[in-house]
Ligand binder design. Sequence first.
Ligand code: SAH
Length: 225
Amino acid sequence: MRIDIITVVPELLESPLSHSIVGRAIKKGLVEIHVHNLRRYGKGPRLQVDDYSYGGDAGMVLMVEPVYNMIQELKSERQYDEIIYMSPDGEVFNQGIANELSLKENIILLCGHYKGIDHRIREHLVTREISVGDYVLSGGEIPAAIVADALVRLIPGAITDETSALSDCFQDGMLSAPIYTRPAEFNGWKVPEVLLSGNPKLIRDWQDEQAMERTKQLRPKLLDE
Ligand code: SAH
């Protein structure tokens, strides 16, 4: 899989994509993530990529031409399955979308900044729009890092014990059971007895029951879906 991220603040993406599971997946060659600075296509001596909005609203808007040129460059090199604009009014990201996107070959994540991007990009080039939730951030970089992270950890081999990703929350439409590690008792706080039983069937049943209970309590809507 290859992910191309277009941004005016590439620095914001450096750290989230170079450590832990994502960093290791890149080193192992399971995924390529390329961050492109939109300023490469900036106009004039100041490499301008934004301008005032028509209609006089406050806030700068990313211009159509640099974004168009950047996307054309990428499209001339390979075919993209999706060109995704990170946007607060897009479809709200969830594990189902992550699963679906993790099967794609090449995707572009386009990060807006300031007031947003010229709407013509959304009308003519973008194939999908994703939000990370109903709140507004300063730019699409953190949302893009969230999407990239969620996709990469699903690629076989990215997590050493693959069953680990499968037992995560939402993966089977349920929350996961509580987890514990050693010691079995701390400060008088005990790990549930059943987990120490060594009986895989009993443990599995307990985990299923807990998962159901937590889903009912915390995310009842998942059970309707
Ligand atoms: N004026 C826009 C908000 C711009 S915020 C509006 O009212 O909808 C600047 C950029 O941050 C956006 O272009 C988008 O790329 C990104 N962004 C902000 N909040 C986001 C969210 N919840 N999900 C995904 N991207 C977001």
